[in-house]
Design a protein. Structure first.
Ligand code: SF4
Ligand code: SF4
Length: 66
C-alpha cells in the first residue's frame, strides 16, 4: 500500500514549511492559498506532516493505481 500526504485546505495557512521540507519536491502552494501535493511524486514519507505548524497534513493509505 502506498501512502499519500493530504493537507487540509481549510486549515492550511500557506506558510510553505511543508514545501521546503519535502525531499521529493512534491508540494506547491496553490495560488498562494494552500498546499497542494502532487500525487504521482509524493512517496508518503510523512516529513511534511511532521513539520506543518498547523498540523493539517494527514498521511493516507492509497491503493496502487494500475
Ligand atoms: S509525504 Fe513526503 S514526499 Fe509526500 S509530500 Fe510529504 S514530504 Fe513530500
Ligand atoms: S506546512 Fe502546513 S500550513 Fe504550512 S503550507 Fe504546508 S500544509 Fe499549509
Amino acid at each position: 500500500m502506498k501512502r499519500l500526504a493530504a493537507p487540509d485546505r481549510k486549515v492550511c495557512v500557506a506558510c510553505g514549511v511543508c514545501m521546503k521540507a519535502c525531499p521529493k519536491n512534491a508540494i506547491s502552494i496553490y495560488k498562494g492559498c494552500y498546499a497542494l501535493v502532487e500525487e504521482a511524486t509524493c512517496v508518503g514519507c510523512g516529513l511534511c506532516a511532521k513539520v506543518c505548524p498547523a498540523g493539517c497534513i494527514v498521511i493516507h493509505e492509497r491503493s496502487e493505481a494500475k
